[in-house]
Design a protein. Structure first.
Length: 376
């Protein structure tokens, strides 16, 4: 990491004589290259750089220090004019490079440009992801406390804050506060969509969580079209207008959105929003996935908070550690809870299953970021 940090500093130092703007462009371009390589680590498009691309040559390749830094990222010379990262990609190396570039950027210019523009970084449909009907039923209703949602990814950890939508596009009229103060998220047994109810609606229209429940039980939903109304969890992410479009495209819930890839859609000017929404869906979905991983442990919310504090808050983090390492983290950092070896082994088995079933989880880690204030 010291070698990579030195390479990043050399990039800045070499570009600076040509002006601060040149250094700025160089650092942001390298940051975007590293992020794309990490996010799209099986796509040749993002793992190959061609010098005949004039924009790339002008911004990066004419600087020897930038060439050296690209080699630190894992890019190697394939033939003249082409450099490429061989597979399998070293994701941890890319992550460390991103962290270093972010730190350098923040020291020089403040918040990175792509974060300022909202380019940051899951759903629960009954019987999804291979879950049994019994498990899905248990997940059907979530008692909601104060929201602490944030995002932590293998690219960077930032608070997810969508860019303002253009005029004419309204955000969802479902206020996040409705999930607080005793509200509830429940899933329709007819369409599988999530419905976010206020405390009053829960008390009036949800008699027993194990009973059949459908959208038309709530008058306002019935008047709006019942099951035809887009999923509420989807609406809170993309807004009412775009949720209608996504619903028609087959993106019916937060889980489907989280499993999507912006490259699948010709988003045009909306591409940055699509990328942001996918990442936000994943950040939220992670919270539910980790609740499944720890299972029915007593004080589940507290255990999940401990995992966040110890930076083992995602399936990839759990599987990257041995049972002994996780146990020691708790010994060193937590006073009032010590999981047994059997409990940790169960967490690891569930994490492995999640990683097999949900490919995008591999890019999410709480352990290799520089600003883990509230990882998912």
């Amino acid at each position: 990491e010291g070698k990579m940090e030195a390479a990043a500093n050399a990039v800045y130092a070499e570009a600076l004589p040509e002006g601060d703007n040149t250094a700025y462009i160089l650092i942001t371009t390298l940051l975007r290259i590293a992020k794309n390589a990490l996010k799209h680590n099986t796509s040749e498009k993002f793992l190959t750089l061609r010098v005949e691309n004039q924009a790339f040559f002008k911004r990066v390749y004419r600087f020897p220090s930038a060439d050296a830094f690209l080699k630190e990222l894992g890019f190697i010379d394939i033939d003249q004019g082409v450099i490429q990262i061989p597979q399998p990609v070293d994701n941890l190396r890319l992550q460390r490079a991103i962290d270093i570039l972010h730190t350098l950027y923040e020291l020089k210019w403040g918040s990175p440009e792509d974060e300022e523009q909202g380019n940051t970084k899951k759903t629960k449909k009954p019987e999804s992801n291979g879950e049994s009907a019994e498990v899905s039923k248990k997940r059907k209703v979530e008692e909601n406390g104060p929201s602490t949602s944030s995002s932590s990814s293998s690219t960077t950890t930032v608070q997810v804050s969508p860019p303002p939508l253009p005029d004419g596009f309204q955000n969802s009229n479902i206020a996040p506060e409705e999930e607080q103060e005793g509200g509830v998220t429940i899933f329709c047994d007819a369409c599988g969509k999530a419905r976010i109810l206020t405390k009053e609606e829960k008390e009036r229209y949800v008699s027993n969580v194990d009973d059949t429940w459908v959208c038309t039980y709530v008058p306002k939903l019935r008047d709006m079209g019942g099951c035809a109304v887009p999923d509420d969890e989807l609406r809170t992410i993309v807004g009412d207008a775009f949720s209608l479009v996504m619903d028609k495209m087959g993106i019916a819930n937060r889980q489907t959105l989280a499993a999507s890839h912006e490259a699948e859609y010709d988003g045009g000017p909306w591409a940055p929003y699509i990328e942001l929404w996918i990442e936000k869906a994943q950040a939220l979905e992670i919270q539910d996935i980790m609740a499944d991983v720890v299972g029915g442990v007593d004080n589940q919310a507290k255990v999940l908070e401990y995992l966040r504090r110890l930076k083992i808050a995602t399936p990839i983090d759990i599987t990257a550690c041995t049972v002994q390492q996780i146990a020691q983290k708790f010994v060193d950092g937590i006073d009032d809870f010590q999981p047994s070896g059997e409990m940790i082994e169960a967490w690891q088995e569930r994490s492995k299953k999640k990683l097999q079933d949900i490919p995008w989880l591999e890019k999410w880690s709480a352990a290799y970021t520089t600003s883990n204030q509230n990882p998912p």
